[in-house]
Design a protein. Structure first.
Length: 227
């Protein structure tokens, strides 16, 4: 009886098992094909975006470069980067950059000094030292941004960078004021880099608005344009 039952149903059972295996195989292959297609589409999208950006940079398609410039500037490895914001506007062969500087209160107010006995201790920085370091930071940041932006596209001929910061006025109120604005030309900037010009000297040698005293106190100014 048992052998007869097996012989009677073995073909049917085999076909059921085969059909189930075949169904699983097709489902697996369809899933793999779908995954491969999605990955290829993702790769193609990334490739197309990068290609379009490269073409825009080479051909100077300024309408496509604003986002790329903002990305480059915000991803730069610079101190207090998270406290810096940039707005970029492009037109013709020029770029206008508006930079929000970090508040002066975020900068270190103490420094480590060496004593005669070889020990070290922490002491507060003088106001003069704080102003000098803030000025150095600001000028270095502006010069760095100018260089980075000119690297984006050979079609960029001039850049205007305006920097502003939130400060306390005489009444103790917080006000957002521009403290530097300068227009950089590609050829003169390249020459300054070759000559190793100091960032402050570079920023003050171009067409600029900057009312800074000898003790590095910045007074509010009106930003210049480039277009």
């Amino acid at each position: 009886m048992k052998d007869a039952y097996v012989k009677e149903h073995i073909v049917e059972k085999y076909q059921q098992e085969y059909d189930e295996w075949e169904s699983q195989r097709r489902a697996f292959e369809e899933g793999e094909a779908k995954q491969e297609r999605l990955q290829n589409e993702a790769y193609e999208k990334v490739y197309t975006e990068k290609r379009d950006i490269l073409v825009a940079r080479l051909e100077g398609k300024m309408e496509l470069l604003s986002g790329e410039i903002e990305r480059i500037l915000t991803e730069s490895s610079i101190p207090l980067r998270k406290h810096i914001s940039c707005k970029v506007r492009c037109s013709a062969n020029a770029v206008l950059i508006d930079v929000q500087l970090p508040p002066v209160g975020l900068f270190p107010s103490e420094e480590l000094v060496s004593l005669k006995n070889g020990a070290t201790k922490t002491k507060p920085k003088t106001q003069k030292r704080m102003r000098e370091e803030y000025a150095c930071y600001m000028f270095s940041l502006v010069a760095y941004f100018a260089v980075k932006v000119f690297d984006v596209s050979p079609a960029i001929e001039q850049i205007a960078i305006s920097a502003h910061a939130v400060r306390e006025n005489k009444a103790g109120e917080e006000v957002d004021e521009y403290i530097y604005s300068g227009r950089f030309l590609r050829d003169s900037l390249c020459s300054a880099i070759v000559e190793g010009t100091d960032p402050e000297d570079l920023c003050l040698s171009v067409d600029n608005q900057c009312n800074m005293t000898k003790t590095k106190i910045f007074k509010a100014i009106q930003p210049i344009g480039v277009f």
